[in-house]
Write a protein that binds this ligand. Structure first.
Ligand code: FE
Ligand code: FE
Length: 294
């Protein structure tokens, strides 16, 4: 398979901007009709109007995120033998991810993390919730290891079983090698009904990576937020319920509670990094002290 442009997005934010078109903030005018019967039509319009770069990004993502690909990436990156960094060092490292977008209007990666966390803090949420906001995208350092955009961001979905047609641009799964495998393209695939998401491999990206870096040290609610925040087919579309167990269903309330902070807190008011740093250093010290393995 040939790859014309491995990095079609001008920035990773283009994926998140596109998410906001598909899942607009409640009360804000957008393409999504209030009439539920119009939903399908609206999604067709979305697909028609999506930027070519975003469309190409999903074409690559759906073509190459196969069961074998995910297993191989996990075997490699989950050894976590690349770097030893504190959480703050990782945030500064991620901030090296600069792209072609307009520096005057776009947030840096660190600013997105602080803005998400600060809104959670303003709403009086627990300290672990604030910390989850601060670290949720640190897995995007995968990009700095040279990984392609389609293996770092994008809505995640289970591999090893049939792809839901509620996943954005489902037609691009036609080119995924798993489509030709009768086991991997069956409803349950390699899984058992109700087996629980922990046993399910999702498409590889920044969620799963950060989850593994902190998994022994944060409350379960935070771990669900980190691990599944890009799993829109699950937490927004309600797909794949047959793979979930009762604990997953309970914990998904937290994933849904986190999502608006991630998607809708981007404003043009830049957070003051130096002023906020002491608070976050304390928070990191409380839950995730010292160097972590990345
Ligand atoms: Fe994210
Ligand atoms: Fe984010």
């Amino acid at each position: 398979m040939t790859v014309p442009n491995a990095q079609p997005l001008t920035s990773l934010d283009e994926w998140e901007d596109d998410l906001k078109v598909r899942y607009p903030e409640p009360g804000k005018p957008a393409f999504q009709a209030t009439d539920p019967n119009k939903k399908e039509e609206e999604f067709r319009n979305y697909a028609k109007n999506a930027r070519p770069s975003v469309r190409e990004f999903y074409r690559l993502n759906h073509t190459f995120q196969s069961y074998d690909f995910v297993k191989a990436k996990k075997a490699d990156f989950l050894q976590r033998n690349r770097r030893q960094m504190t959480v703050w060092e990782a945030a500064e490292y991620l901030n090296n991810l600069v792209d072609d977008s307009d520096p005057d209007t776009d947030m840096s990666q660190l600013e997105h993390l602080l803005q998400t966390a600060e809104q959670i803090r303003k709403d009086g949420k627990p300290r672990w919730f604030i910390l989850a906001g601060f670290i949720h995208d640190l897995g995007k350092i995968l990009c700095l290891y040279g990984e392609p955009q389609w293996a770092v961001v994008g809505d995640t979905f289970p591999v090893g079983c049939a792809f839901s047609d509620k996943i954005v641009f489902p037609e691009f799964f036609e080119a995924n090698p798993d489509r030709k495998n009768s086991k991997l393209s069956s409803k349950l695939g390699v899984y058992e009904e109700g087996c629980g998401l922990d046993k399910v491999d999702l498409s590889w990206g920044h969620d799963e990576y950060i989850y593994h870096v902190v998994k022994d040290r944060m409350p379960e609610e935070a771990l669900y937020m980190l691990r599944y925040h890009s799993f829109y087919p699950g937490h927004r579309e309600g797909e794949y319920d047959y793979l979930l167990n009762d604990q997953d269903r309970k914990m998904f309330d937290w994933v849904r509670a986190f999502n608006p902070y991630d998607l809708y807190t981007k404003s043009h008011e830049k957070p003051n990094v130096e002023k906020l740093k002491p608070f976050y250093m304390d928070l990191i010290e409380e839950y995730l002290p010292g160097k972590l393995s990345w």
